[in-house]
Write a protein that binds this ligand. Structure first.
Ligand code: HEM
Length: 351
């Protein structure tokens, strides 16, 4: 039956090129090749997000009056709704984590080098898009924590010189976080970001298929000295390895979704005073370009902070811990690559 279907399609579409690609493509094997599977795990989690997101859409209602109740309905009344929401929320976090693991593995293996600069650049764009998904999705249940996190998060845009005020109003759909903000974030989350992901992820995967997998400089040096790097066929060997890693990711995800349910909290009330003792974990990430040819293109700065409110002064204080991760040029693939500077400080800012 399958053979007949393939023959039927082949007659009409000439599948020779695809057959050739699948049978000829191979992937190098060396002591760092385990890192090749990190992008695949990230891709798998994108798939989980799409599938569970579509299911959540069947019941979610994007308005300040109904959003919280609709999520409550999903987790308490809809059959397996709690599981789908837990999977979506945990998978979102694992996805960002895996995108970072993938970023750092490609950084340390120096896969960003010519001719893969565009793969790296589309990867960075994907990371920003994924963080946009996280930020916009966080507000959708319209609970207290999400409301104040969005207030702080959108407020940060106000610090941008000249256009800060405009950006805050653009993001919030007004001066304050209201139902208009929810509508905007919903549009971003289910239409704009998915469309951007389709295009940018499509380019990322296309570039990888065109260029094949890179090998790290140590393996490259051995190849130049005449050694042959062993290869495995892409299909079925590499694909089966990929699927095995997907099983591992699925097991971790299922355990988290089953044993650590994602809290819904209390409904947001835009007019209520800030609840005492509320504190928000936040993570910011920034890049600065480094264009020297022998160096990676971006230096990354990761900062985690816990924000807590000072009710009386209507301000929030945050304890920040910053890590500047700066790739530096070095002859060796891993050693001497990383300079991490951590610091802790207390920042106070008006909301
Ligand atoms: C949604 C996010 C992402 C997905 C789904 C994704 C997916 C993939 C996949 C499936 C591969 C091939 C297997 C592998 O090398 O792991 C890959 C390769 C690659 N990715 Fe990503 N990626 C993402 C984000 C990123 C980020 C954030 C970066 C870096 C800034 C990046 C840079 C690269 C590079 C340079 C390669 C080529 C590796 C090589 O040739 O050895 N990707 N990506």
């Amino acid at each position: 039956m399958t053979q007949q279907l393939i023959a039927w399609l082949d007659e009409r579409l000439d599948l020779g090129a695809i057959r050739h690609f699948v049978s000829e493509k191979s992937v190098p094997v060396h002591r760092h090749s385990v890192w090749y599977y990190m992008g695949g795990i990230t891709l798998f989690l994108v798939g989980v997000q799409v599938a569970t997101g579509i299911l959540l859409l069947l019941y979610y209602r994007p308005s300040a009056g109904e959003a919280y109740e609709s999520v409550k309905f999903i987790v308490s009344q809809v059959e397996f709704g709690w599981l789908i929401r837990n999977l979506h929320s945990w998978s979102a976090n694992l996805l960002i984590l895996m995108a970072f693991v993938h970023l750092f593995s490609t950084l340390f293996l120096r896969s960003y080098r010519k001719p893969r600069e565009l793969t790296w650049v589309t990867g960075v764009l994907l990371l920003f898009i994924m963080m946009g998904f996280g930020f916009s999705g966080y507000l959708l249940p319209w609970n207290e924590l999400a409301f104040f996190a969005t207030k702080v998060g959108t407020g940060i845009a106000g610090a941008v010189p000249f256009v800060g005020d405009f950006m805050v109003r653009f993001l919030r759909g007004g001066d304050e976080v209201t139902g208009a903000t929810l509508t905007r974030f919903y549009g971003l989350h289910v239409a704009i970001l998915p469309a951007m992901t389709t295009v940018v992820l499509g380019m990322h995967l296309l570039f990888i298929q065109r260029q094949g997998m890179s090998v790290p400089p140590s393996v490259e040096a051995r190849e130049k000295a005449g050694a042959r790097t062993p290869q495995i066929p892409f299909f079925p060997h590499y694909v089966l390895h990929d699927v095995m890693w997907w099983y591992v990711a699925l097991a971790v995800l299922a355990a988290l979704a089953l044993f650590l349910p994602w809290e819904l909290g209390t409904k947001a009330d835009a007019f209520a005073p800030v609840p005492a003792g509320i504190s928000l974990p936040m993570m910011t990430f920034s890049f600065s370009p480094r264009m020297k040819s022998e160096r990676p293109w971006m230096a990354a700065s990761v900062s985690t902070r816990v924000v807590s409110w000072n009710d009386a002064a209507d301000s929030h204080e945050s304890v920040a811990s910053d890590a500047l991760v700066m790739p530096m040029s070095s002859g060796r693939p891993s050693a001497g690559f990383l300079a991490a500077v951590t610091s802790s400080r207390l920042v106070s800012r008006k909301v």
